[in-house]
Design a protein around this ligand. Sequence first.
Ligand code: IPD
Ligand code: CA
Ligand code: CA
Length: 261
Amino acid sequence: MLNTFDVAHAAALEAGAILSRYFREGFTIRNKGVADLVTDADVAAERRVVEVIHAAFPDHAILGEEENAGESSAEHLWVVDPLDGTTNFAHGVPHFAVSIAYMFQGKAECGVIWNPIHDDLYVARRGHGATHNGKPIHVGQQNQMSECLIGTGFYYDRGAMMEATLSAIGDCFRQQIHGIRRFGTASLDLAHVATGLYGAYFEYQLSPWDYAAGQLLVEEAGGKVTTCDGSEMPISKTSILASNSFVHDEMQSIVSRHLLR
Ligand code: IPD
Ligand code: CA
Ligand code: CA
């Protein structure tokens, strides 16, 4: 019998192959909201992920960004972003990923993040560590923000949340960070924390499909993930602060200051 990790892995590879084909051959784009895009690749990839999961586990719930509103309280829950980084994808930027996590009783058991263009595979299994293309990964060792490169994102807001993010970025720079990056794919931002490229990453709003696999990856690589005010992560829309753990408090004092309540 297949285990959940093998299914997550197989589903991510299949969805990635679909994304690669659309990326090469063309796709249609529509707007879900102001500056929030979706393509036919997002939908086709999610449908394939659902087929692969349900072929193995017909009773499991699926919470997917495009078409699957699975209950986050389900005992067996798959959390799926079929295309994380749609804006990059739509503009021809090859920095996007499939993100799939399997959760049992509210806790992520395994997660897979796959960038099919760069052949980058990130995998985490609860209690068994995290890997990048088969090699174990660990968060960075920076003790202070002044030694760090930081990642961030803006969700799709063009109002108060965007302004709050800009204010927090200003405060990060005042701590003499090495730099800030906004690469546009939350799952890969979390992978950058897990591999030590970023000392920390924050965003004022993300959905479970953006962070479920990446959260486990960071935790299994030795890092820490909380909301921006330091609470435990829910399985719902939330702010997020992921770090190597050593700079978590210093980051939290800045990002919590600008968090909209
Ligand atoms: C988005 C990306 C982006 C982040 C947004 C997400 P999508 O996901 O991860 O980096 O800043 O908050 O919504 O819409 O491309 O799947
Ligand atoms: Ca996403
Ligand atoms: Ca998406």
